[in-house]
Design a protein around this ligand. Structure first.
Ligand code: UDP
Ligand code: MG
Length: 317
């Protein structure tokens, strides 16, 4: 019997490329023997005709499944929804804008057959992106890998094929603020990295703002490591020690030479510097409290508006 593979595709306002995406991907996977491919498209509250496109596709093609959210919940929620609605032996996760070339899927399948539990696309070059994005992205990976026990592969993208046991492990992590790259890395198992040159979006435009990406990176760092907390604590200690030495020197000077009135610049520098450090520390602390806040609310990660998947068909509880 053929093994089953679900291709999970988060879609937010992808009306312009969906048809193209389906045709090209379908063309690749129907040539792969021994596997039954299905699609789970997750419409993440699109404002354009994405849902109508999906419904039209599903009507003509029985292997097309879709989930549609009541509003935009974000790509992470869409990935989670897709994973929890899949029962297949293998799952492929890919973007719907054709930046992840479907022609790589046969290589993924080969990797899985070699015994890997995860095959992940790794970008060797970026095309069609804001040139400012690459250095910031590199910095993120460098910082993360220095401070966190969950190491992330530089250039790895959310384009992967994984086995059922990886999916089950990732689904067991019930946190609401999700960072899939980290979750998959945390799960472990043998991973094969496959290089590719990221393509230009086939149509439409990126949904990420620079600020949005920065926030996502901060969330990622603070959800997998407590190192930033250690960092501010150590910084606090260092500053306290320096301050203590400075106090002693000033006291001794005052005792010997009397009160020295000028000192405006020193005072101002110290106040501003410490003020800055305190703000940063509160910010980092706040980041963690924010995680606790979101997790304790325990809200659902997404709300379904409509789907063509039967509940019994899925592994969702
Ligand atoms: N996406 C989503 N919800 C969002 C933002 C994006 O489901 O809130 C989807 C989007 O449709 C695409 C994938 O996530 O399939 C990657 O998004 P995008 O291409 O905008 O990001 P980039 O490639 O620039 O990182
Ligand atoms: Mg994209």
């Amino acid at each position: 019997m053929s093994k089953t593979v679900d291709i999970i595709v988060p879609c937010f306002n992808e009306h312009e490329v969906l048809g193209l995406f389906y045709e090209r991907t379908k063309g690749v996977v129907e040539k792969i023997e021994g596997y039954d491919f299905s699609f789970i498209f997750v419409d993440d509250g699109s404002k354009d005709a994405t849902l109508a496109d999906l419904q039209a596709l599903a009507k003509d093609h029985p292997e097309v499944k879709y989930l549609s959210f009541s509003r935009n919940f974000g790509k992470e929620a869409a990935i989670y929804a897709g994973l929890s609605h899949s029962k297949a032996d293998f799952v492929i996760l890919m973007d719907g804008d054709l930046q992840h070339p479907p022609e790589m899927i046969p290589e993924f399948v080969k990797g899985i057959e070699e015994g890997y539990d995860s095959c992940v696309a790794k970008r060797s070059k970026r095309a069609g992106e804001n040139p400012l994005r690459a250095p910031f992205s590199n910095a993120f990976f460098n910082v993360n890998n220095k401070i966190s026990t969950v190491k992330l592969e530089k250039g790895a993208v959310d384009f992967r094929m994984v086995t059922r046991r990886v999916v089950d492990t990732v689904l067991k992590m019930s946190e609401k603020e999700r960072f899939s790259k980290g979750l998959f890395a945390w799960a472990g198992f043998d991973t094969k990295w496959i290089d590719f040159v990221s393509e230009k979006r086939a149509a439409g435009k990126t949904k990420w703002s620079f600020f949005g990406l920065g926030l996502y990176a901060f969330k990622g760092l603070t959800s997998f490591s407590r190192a930033p907390l250690v960092f501010v604590t150590v910084l606090g200690f260092i500053i306290s020690i320096v301050a203590f030495i400075y106090i002693i020197i000033t006291l001794v000077q005052t005792l010997i030479y009397g009160i020295d009135v000028p000192g405006y610049v020193t005072t101002l520098c110290a106040v501003l510097f410490l003020g800055g450090i305190i703000e940063i520390s509160i910010g980092i602390l706040g980041g963690y409290i924010g995680h606790i806040y979101m997790e304790t609310k325990n809200r659902p990660m997404y709300v379904l508006k409509t789907t063509n998947i039967d509940r019994e068909e899925t592994s969702e509880k």
